[in-house]
Each structure stands twice: as C-alpha cells, then as structure tokens.
Ligand binder design. Structure first.
Ligand code: ADP
Ligand code: MG
Length: 463
C-alpha cells in the first residue's frame, strides 16, 4: 500500500474514534511524508500540533497505523511548511472523504436527536446553550456550594476571580458555568460573554498560528467581560498552551474581568499544571460538585420526569436512582430512554424491561476491571506510561502513582500482596503491603489525595 493511502486509511480510523472537533484540530493538514524502515514520518503544520500528537495521541496513532501495516514500529512528527503550501489547493492530500459513521450504538435514539437540537440553539457569539439555566439546575447538598458561588458571580461579578468549579463526569459543571453566562446576558444583554472548552481554545490557537492571526485571537479574547473556560484540565498537557492561557488570563484579570473555569479535579491535583497558573486559580474561589445521594437523584428524576409529561411509577424511578451511581447525565439518559419507549408503545415499560435498558447505559460491573486497567488508568491520570509504573525506577514523580496503583489493586480488585509486588516493580510482598498501608493512612489526612483516588476509580470503572 502506498504511504499516502496508509495514512489516509489510518486517519479514517482515527476519525471514527475521536470527536470531530479534536480530529479537525489535530489531524487536519497532516500527511505521511516518509517511511524509513519501521518508522513513518508525519508532517504536521506546527509545533503545537507536534507536541500534542506526541503527548496525547501518539499511541493511538501508532495503533491505527499498525492495524494497517504491522511493520511500523514508530511514528514521528515533523513540522513541515513545504507540505502545507502544496496542500492548500490540492485535495489529494486533504482529509479522507469517508462518510461519517456514527460511533454511538444504533439504539441510542435519544442522544442523537438531542444533539441536533443542541447545535441549532447554541448562540454563535457567546457559544452558550440556552438550555443551561439556573432555573433548570436542581440544587442539593452535593452541589450547593458550587451553585451558591455561581449565583454570587451573577450578583456581583468579580467577587471571586477566578471561580474554579470542579467535579466528576456528568455532574453538572458545564450546565452550571453556562447558566452563569446565560443569566449575565439576560440581565445585561450588552455584556460580552464567551464560553469555550479548553480543547476548542487550543484549536483556535493552532489555527491562528497557522494563519498568522495570533494577534487577532489575543485581541478577541481580551475583549471579553466574562470568559468561561470548560474542562481546563486538558490545557495542562502542553506548556505552550498554558502559556497562552496564562497571558489571556492575566490580561482579563488585570482589567477585573470575570473568569470562570471548570475542571474534573482541583488545581492541586492537575499534575502538570504550572505553578503560576495553580496559584492564580487558588487565589480565587474553588468549589466542588460532589456526588448526589439517593434522595437527590430521585428528586432530579422526578423533576425531569414532570417536564416530559409521562408518569413513571415509583419502583422504576427507585431502580434508576439506586442503579445509576454518580452521573446526572446517565440519570437523564435512562429517563429519556424510558420516556421514549413509553411514547412509542403508548405505555410505560415494565421494570424488567427497564433493567435491560439501564444495563446498556451504566458501566460494566466491578468484576470486569483487570489489573492492567488499574495500571493504565493510574498511568494516564498522572501522565506517565504504564512502563514507568511497572518498572523499578525510584524517580520521585512515579513513586506515589505506583503506590496508588498497588493500593487500588488491593482495595478494589482484592489482589494478593505477593501478586501485587511481583506485578509492580518485581518487588516482594512487603513492599506491596507498605505501599497499601501508606496510601490508606495518607487518604485519611490528605483531602487532595482522597479526591485524586476518587477520580481515578471513577475513570477506572467508567472508561
Ligand atoms: P459535566 O460538565 O460535569 O460533565 P454536564 O453539565 O454536562 O456535566 O451535565 C450533564 C447533564 O446532566 C446535562 O444534561 C445537565 O443539564 C444535567 N445536569 C447536571 N447537573 C444537573 C442539576 N443539578 N440539575 C439539573 N440537571 C443537571
Ligand atoms: Mg462538561
């Protein structure tokens, strides 16, 4: 197969597995330029893309390429300006024109229709989705601090700057930070509000660099009164992006403009976040969104159910609230499916049928997590390779993650200490026991550590 075809086929596979936005940002304008023994060189438009592909997507790219040609052992990325110039008018090098295949399961009707609606409603200027309002945000003890902080920003912008909200997947971060933006606009239609995910922000930077429009981009961001940046944890992966964000942040901060940030974890737990950004974030207000308890989940379900006009019996609601653990998006998903089924059949499904529906939504039961998965999740979280966790290196930054991996193998998978010692670093069981006990006692006194382990567990069981 020709090199060009190899890369196109690999791109087609990559495209199926990541979001459209990520694909366009990181893989547009790439091409394979050379195959040298076991190595394929890929031309990329600039240093940002190079750094990002190397750090975040390399394994994934390599796997896609190796699926097509198993001879390949390495993919390297080169910044290629020449390539770029010839690409402009040459569709041959452009993106593969494959039809976009949905990666969602075919039975997932509720999601697809919701997504289409969503895109139409998003305000092109602010990027806010009008459906995320304070009115539709249900408050319970798990999120009341975050909610109160968000409200106070609306009443008195600048009172906390930045406002940094963090919490697990599907717990309402995006909803809440967008609610701030929507409410601000409602009260003051002239306010310049911008919502952006950190991935989108990085994409804009890449694009601006390519077109030499960095100054315009800077100006654009510095003109906002309210900047809402979602999922900041992604930005920590590259230094240059942090740098750009830092400057934007400072420019706004100095002008007393409000900055609102969300993340899946507190600043202190983002391993690669630069110290100066960390301390900036910690200078504002940090609020977490915790996990809803059973009662709250039931309340959320009831309120959301009322809006659908369908009455679902208590035993079904109870089942959903008990089965779906800590994810409001999944609660909604379950409810939507049941409502949809009820509408199609003109009657609410039986509990037995509901159980089947739900089992498709919730994550695999605990027994399916393997030691390899534990190690991979810990490695990913701390931005290390699996090898670094497994080998004997005494480097400071791997000691803690390694102990956490040992702790989780014991605590979650009930592995024996000799097994754990052998698996990680070829040590004997006393090392494993020591690591386990150490983490166990540290969790009690260290809230950040507890938080980190909670996130790792969640990722381990859900991804
Ligand atoms: P996150 O950004 O934390 O992953 P989202 O904000 O996207 O989560 O929330 C997931 C879904 O759950 C959204 O549809 C959102 O409207 C809904 N949701 C989350 N929290 C609440 C809440 N407190 N009240 C009502 N709906 C909520
Ligand atoms: Mg979100």
């Amino acid at each position: 197969m020709e090199l060009n075809d190899l890369w196109k086929t690999a791109l087609a596979e990559i495209e199926l597995n990541i979001s459209r936005a990520a694909f366009l940002t990181w893989f547009k304008d790439t091409s394979a330029i050379e195959m040298d023994g076991h190595r394929v060189s890929v031309s990329v438009p600039n240093g940002f893309v190079k750094e990002w592909l190397e750090n975040k997507y390399n394994k994934f790219v390599l796997r896609a390429v190796r699926n097509i040609n198993s001879q390949v052992k390495e993919v390297s990325y080169v910044i290629g300006t020449k390539q770029l110039a010839t690409q402009k008018n040459d569709t041959k090098y452009g993106l593969p024109t494959i039809a976009r295949v949905s990666v969602k399961p075919a039975n997932d009707i509720s999601f697809s229709s919701e997504f289409e609606l969503k895109d139409l409603n998003i305000n092109p200027e602010t990027s806010l989705n009008p459906k995320y309002t304070f009115d539709s945000f249900i408050v319970g003890s798990f999120n009341e601090l975050a909610h109160a902080a968000a409200k106070s920003i609306v009443i008195k912008p600048g009172i906390y700057n930045p406002l940094f909200l963090y919490g697990g997947v599907g717990l309402g971060k995006t909803h809440l930070i967008q609610a701030i933006g929507n409410e601000i606009i409602k009260q003051n239609p002239k306010a310049k509000v911008k919502y952006v995910s950190s991935e989108k922000f990085m994409g804009e930077i890449v694009e601006a660099l390519k077109n030499q429009e960095m100054n315009q981009l800077k100006e654009k961001y510095r003109a906002y009164d309210f900047l809402i940046m979602d999922d900041i944890q992604f930005i920590a992966r590259t230094e240059k992006m942090q740098e750009e964000f830092f400057h934007t942040f400072n420019a706004l901060y100095e002008k007393n403009k409000q900055i609102i940030i969300s993340s899946d974890r507190p600043p202190a737990a983002i391993a690669t976040l630069e110290a100066r950004l960390k301390s900036r974030f910690e200078g504002g207000m940090i609020a977490d969104i915790g996990e809803p308890d059973y009662e709250t989940k039931l309340t959320i379900l009831k309120i959301k159910m009322e809006k659908t006009g369908i009455v679902i019996p208590e035993d079904i609601l109870d089942y959903i609230a008990r089965t779906i653990k800590n994810n409001i998006r999944e609660l909604e998903g379950a409810l939507n499916r049941i409502v949809l089924t009820a509408k199609m059949n003109n009657c609410v499904p039986e509990l037995e049928y509901v159980k089947k529906i739900i089992s498709q939504i919730i994550y695999a039961p605990r027994k399916f997590v393997t030691p390899k998965k534990v190690i991979k999740t810990v490695a990913d979280f701390y931005e290390l390779s699996e090898k670094e966790i497994l080998n004997k290196s005494r480097k400071k930054e791997v000691v803690k993650p390694r102990q956490i991996a040992m702790y989780l193998l014991r605590e979650e998978l009930k592995c024996s200490f000799p097994f754990i010692g052998e698996k990680i670093g070829k040590k004997d069981h006393t090392t494993a026991i020591h690591a386990y006990k150490k983490i166990l006692s540290n969790i009690k006194s260290n809230l950040d550590l507890e938080e980190e382990i909670k996130i790792i567990k969640e990722k381990m069981y859900t991804s």
